[in-house]
Design a protein around this ligand. Structure first.
Ligand code: FDA
Length: 369
């Protein structure tokens, strides 16, 4: 599919999205800002139901396309070398260097926001490159301690060599590198979050987190994805051990047999699990930009008398800055996930997959060139 077709599909989807009242999920809508009905777009000549079906197909297609592109090595090599690609990625990526990331973290801290720093990288197949990725994280942990920043780090296991062929090499190297980072974090009073990748890595990620937590309790946690059927059982197991969880909806393409296909089901599972986590006594991260879910959470903790600081909201750098600041003003903890570094392509493609309207931003920038 050409970029032009992608943009056309996106414009159509965007117009319908703008006309569709904000979907109320399994959670109640935001009490202070009820969804406003919007006029159906004059460019859409079809009946709303037919149009909505088209929209769903369009969005599914775009999501699959961008997720497939995120794993395309040739596209990645090309994009990450291009100056234009670098410029576009700045929408979601804080910069290229450790210094850029530390400066962004200091700025966010000054605004009352906590941070998790992600030195972007994944699918690393060269052991030397995996060692290099770990070295950047050691540098980050030292810089955070030296500057007294309210920041921890997030990393991916395939960035630390998990995919390197050879049964022993990949997993053993990964365990050593991540283990050393978790020990470093424990020494400096910090925390390592192991991001969750596609379902091929779920079991390995959870198992490694459990082993490292047993060695350095409280210095490591992981991420669970509400779209997976297995997540409820995983959450109970991790909470039972006192392991900190970041709950997100999930950013990869997963087969229907293991994941909820309908967004409403993913949202309902998210709502159920976020409440369980907030009430668990384990400090968890509720990672979403979904305003209806966030509102439902705020209302629910008030109702239950749960401390606003018993959990934190987490959002991505550059997305819903207004909402991040509003929650801080209301006394909630908010952590911003700040990615940086030259290996930005897969992360950037997943952000486009989540919100096709972001392609319009991309297209506008291409036209400006
Ligand atoms: P949803 O997709 O329903 O979007 C709700 C609203 O949020 C949208 O209407 C829009 O306003 C806004 N929004 C969402 N995405 C946007 C975007 N890209 N650009 C602009 N606006 C956007 N996933 C994973 O599989 N493993 C992981 O380790 C992580 N880690 C992680 C950390 C943090 C801090 C966050 C916030 C998210 C993740 N994710 C993740 C990604 C997550 O799984 C999910 O894909 C995105 O957060 C988008 O889902 P929402 O919950 O925001 O809701």
């Amino acid at each position: 599919m050409t970029l032009e077709r992608v943009c056309q599909a996106t414009v159509h989807a965007h117009l319908i999205l703008r006309a569709t009242p904000a979907s109320s999920t399994a959670c109640a809508p935001y009490p202070n800002s009820p969804p406003r009905p919007r006029p159906w777009p004059s460019t859409c000549s079809e009946q709303p139901a037919a149009c909505k079906n088209k929209l769903r197909r369009c969005l599914r297609l775009l999501r699959s396309l961008f997720i497939a592109l995120s794993a395309n090595r040739a596209g990645r090599a090309f994009a990450e070398r291009s100056a234009l690609g670098g410029r576009l990625s700045r929408r979601f990526v804080a910069g290229l260097t450790v210094e850029d990331a530390i400066a962004a973290a200091a700025q966010l801290n000054a605004e009352g926001l906590d941070v998790s720093l992600d030195a972007l990288g994944e699918s690393v197949l060269d052991p030397a490159q995996a060692e290099q990725s770990a070295a950047v994280y050691h540098q980050l942990l030292d810089a955070i301690a030296a500057r007294g920043l309210r920041a921890n780090v997030s990393l991916k296991l395939t960035q630390m060599g998990l995919d390197i062929p050879g049964r022993v090499t990949g997993p053993a190297l990964t365990e050593r590198l991540v283990g050393e980072l978790v020990e470093h974090a424990a020494r400096t009073g910090n925390f390592v979050r192991i991001d969750m990748e596609g379902s091929a890595y779920t079991s390995a990620t959870i198992a490694l987190t459990e082993r490292l937590h047993a060695r350095c309790p409280g210095a490591v946690g992981t991420v669970l994805q509400a779209y997976l059927h297995r997540t409820e059982a995983d959450a109970d197991r991790l909470l039972g051990q006192g392991i900190r969880i970041r709950l997100c909806k999930g950013a990869y393409q997963e087969p229907a047999g293991i994941a909820f296909a309908a967004k409403a089901d993913v949202d309902a599972n998210f709502c159920k699990l976020m409440k369980r986590m907030a009430a668990s006594g384990v400090f968890c991260g509720i990672a979403t930009h979904d305003e209806a879910i966030i509102a439902a959470m705020c209302a629910w903790v008030a109702e239950q008398g749960i401390d606003k600081r018993a959990f934190e909201f987490q959002m991505l750098y550059g997305i819903r800055r207004d909402l991040q600041r509003r929650l801080v003003a209301q006394g909630f903890g908010v952590r911003v996930y700040v990615p940086f570094g030259p290996a930005w392509y897969p992360y950037f493609m997943r952000r486009l997959a989540e919100r096709p309207a972001n392609v319009l931003f991309l297209a506008r920038n291409l036209l400006k060139r």
